[in-house]
Design a protein around this ligand. Structure first.
Ligand code: ADP
Ligand code: MG
Length: 698
């Protein structure tokens, strides 16, 4: 079979030489034939045999070898689904949705029937579902309800190399499930070679390698560092398009804004060029996680005859999604990762250079269907000397608030003892516990409070869950529920570049001048008053899809409130009390007015400004205090500011250290008093009656 496959490749390369569109290959093959062409197909029997013989198996294979789409189907075909279902976790929502769709097509079933998916606030599975794709976060929450995961016969932990926060926590939890349930199997898949670590963690389990089938990729480095990598990438893509052989292009950018800017610049330049001479079409396709699902699916679309595809992606295209036919990769060398920022007291997505392992993954995308080229927009020296060899696992760099809540509710009292593959720094655990204590979710000895137990029930960040529950106390939960739902979806305000002024004016009509949160509430309530109509949204520059999503989120949160028997109270038109609820959840993000328009964070003195799009700017005066939901860090980049930032960060760390020291002193003092009391009790019987008042503790 391997032989035939390689011949196919050769034939395919021939096609390319003749200048045929790359995706004609896919067109000419049925889905069943495409399945048999994948590398994993040639080892199907051996793989299933190893799985039959072992409870835990680690599977390693190049991206695109068929792990995600085929493994679940093989397990289904090998009859594991006759008693229980096959679950497959993905670190990314987009991947869970897109892969489930693909597999449902391959199995010729409706999505949500035999094959389904579940992501936060969206469950597309049914009574017939036997293969369920889901985000690792969803599975982690399922362990709260069913710690043995009884409905699953097998779990495939896919993309384990990504080392997402939830995957890392699941490792520890699933290890226990494996020990408790002999009928349960676990498969861990990884694209790269750190499989040994996974195998060791589960007790030296077998590692199965899927033979690779990749082509050489030529690496081209930039001679000098490129400041404006968007511009550099656009130029490179156009050069390839005009002067290189057929084959699609994949550009890696860091996020939505950059992707949009790149796509915009590309199409503009293409228009200009087209007026001068005849050039083939370029199909420009963005992909990032916030992009609506129907647009995401377009990256798999086939370009028309003679045209070339150019996909502009975040690191989602690094390993999670494989698009066939990519011959050119343009790598900016940057990516966004979530890091805990002690200055802001929360996680923030920040742009960082990617690791060498990630850069190699990116380059590898060009060598899937034939020999390819990767243009790195950075120097070889940067690759060798400035990039980390591999990425830092998320658990070691983000806020652990949610994880701590979750583990506490699973009765894991001493978090420092939990079986982590790579334990988070103790500092981070303590910081997160401190934040939960401030919110009232933990008591003085670090156990969950009643409020904390309720907070666990919501798939929300701790402050948002707290806002809801304070809404209960203040009897305005109906209003708070809407705000929380609106905050859980991407911004609903639509602001097309060519109609900026018009759309700004439309947005201002919704302003509740004292609050952006109340503005969101206002938008939702007006939409409701207009029968949730789509045309009404279009008229008012609102994203109807975003609002519909908010409505869905709202109804799911409402279901949770019902199961907790929390009644839906409303404060009617008096929204002041809603502001109290917001404040009680976000008081750690409070800022005080200093000077004319500058604010400083109340805890750490960090200067900040109101965002120009904020409703508060229309208030006519600047209020003395504000609390904020989001702090956008604007990277000005000057050395002086960087230095200031560094010292502010150090100050913040110093403050935290002091608070913790104080805590420890209080704790020690309490212990000392406790011991003193006990000693008194012990010595009391021997004392003369007259002395007892002197020693009796007050
Ligand atoms: P791996 O998990 O090993 O990286 P996958 O199972 O994701 O591999 O991919 C196997 C093949 O299926 C790839 O060639 C990919 O292009 C194809 N594929 C996956 N999802 C889709 C989709 N939504 N549409 C078209 N092809 C897809
Ligand atoms: Mg995969």
């Amino acid at each position: 079979e391997g032989e035939i496959d390689f011949k196919e490749d050769a034939k395919f390369a021939q096609h390319l030489k003749k200048g045929e569109a790359v995706s004609d290959f896919a067109k000419s093959k049925t889905l069943a034939q495409q399945r048999q062409y994948l590398p994993i197909f040639s080892v199907r029997e051996e793989l299933l045999q190893v799985i039959r013989e072992n409870q835990v198996v680690v599977v390693v294979g190049e991206t695109g070898s068929g792990k995600t789409t085929q493994l679940t189907q093989y397990l289904h075909e090998d009859d594991y689904t006759s008693n229980g279902i096959v679950g497959c976790t993905q670190p990314r929502r987009v991947a869970a949705m897109s892969v489930a769709k693909r597999v449902s097509e391959e199995m010729e079933t409706e999505l949500g029937d035999k094959v389904g998916y579940a992501i936060r606030f969206e469950d597309v599975t049914g009574p017939n579902t036997v293969i369920k794709y889901m985000t690792d976060g969803v599975l982690l929450r399922e362990t709260l309800k069913d710690s043995d995961l009884d409905k699953y016969r097998i779990i495939v932990m896919d993309e384990a190399h990504e080392r997402s926060l939830s995957t890392d926590v699941l490792f520890g939890i699933l290890k226990k499930v494996v020990a408790r349930r002999r009928d349960f199997k676990l498969i861990v898949t990884s694209a790269t070679l750190n499989a040994q670590k996974f195998s060791d963690f589960f007790g030296s389990v077998p590692i199965f390698h899927i033979p690779g089938r990749t082509f050489p990729v030529q690496i081209m480095y930039s001679k000098t560092p490129r400041e404006d990598y968007v511009e550099a990438a656009v130029k490179q893509a156009l050069t390839i398009h005009i002067s290189s052989a057929p084959g699609d292009i994949l550009i890696f950018m860091t996020g939505q804004d950059e992707i949009e800017a790149t796509c915009h610049a590309l199409s503009e330049r293409m228009e200009q060029l087209a007026t001068k001479k005849e050039i083939p079409k370029l199909l420009i396709l963005p992909i990032y996680s916030q992009l609506p699902a129907d647009l995401q699916a377009k990256i798999f679309q086939k370009a028309e005859y003679g045209a070339r595809k150019c996909i502009v992606a975040t690191n989602i295209a690094e390993t999670s999604l494989t698009v066939d036919g990519i011959f050119y990769v343009i790598d900016t060398g940057y990516g966004k990762i979530k890091v805990y920022n002690p200055r802001m007291g929360m996680d923030a997505l920040q742009v960082f250079p990617v690791s060498r392992a990630a850069a190699d993954q990116r380059a590898g995308r060009a060598g899937r269907t034939g020999p390819g080229t990767c243009y790195r927009l950075y120097t070889e020296s940067a690759y060798l000397n400035e990039m980390l060899p591999s990425p830092v696992p998320e658990i070691q760099r983000t806020n652990l608030g949610n994880v701590v809540l979750l583990l506490k509710s699973l009765k894991i009292d001493n978090l420092l003892d939990f079986d982590f593959m790579d334990p988070p720094p103790q500092e981070n655990i303590l910081n997160s516990m401190y934040q939960l204590w401030v919110l009232g979710a933990l008591n003085n000895v670090g156990d969950l409070t009643d409020l904390g137990w309720k907070m666990v029930e919501f798939p929300l960040d701790p402050p948002l869950a707290k806002m809801l529950l304070i809404g209960e106390q203040l009897e305005c939960i109906n209003e708070v529920l809407t705000i929380v739902s609106m905050l859980s979806v991407p911004s609903v305000f639509f602001r097309p570049k060519d109609r900026a002024e018009e759309s700004d004016a439309a947005r201002e009509k919704f302003f509740v001048p004292e609050s952006d949160h109340l503005t969101l509430l206002n938008v939702y309530q007006q939409w409701k008053a207009n029968q949730y109509r789509g045309d009404w949204c279009n008229d008012h520059f609102l994203h109807v899809k975003g609002l519909r999503k908010a409505r869905e989120v709202r109804s799911q949160l409402l279901d949770i409130l019902k199961t907790l028997k929390i009644p839906l109270t409303s404060c009617g038109p008096d929204w002041d009390v809603v502001r109290k609820a917001i404040c009680s959840a976000y008081f750690h993000n409070a800022a005080r007015l200093k000077g004319v328009s500058e604010y400083v964070n109340c805890r750490n003195g960090m200067p900040c400004h109101l965002h120009p799009s904020s409703a508060i700017c229309g208030l006519g005066y600047t209020p003395d205090y504000v609390v904020y939901h989001e702090f956008k860090y604007i990277d000005v980049g000057s050395q002086k500011e960087q230095k200031e930032e560094k010292t502010a960060m150090e100050k913040e760390m110093e403050n935290l250290r002091k608070v913790k020291e104080k805590w420890q002193r209080v704790k020690k003092e309490k212990e000392r008093m406790k011991r003193a009391k006990e000693q008194q009790r012990v010595s009391m019987p021997g004392l003369k009656p007259g002395c007892s008042t002197y020693l009796r503790p007050k």
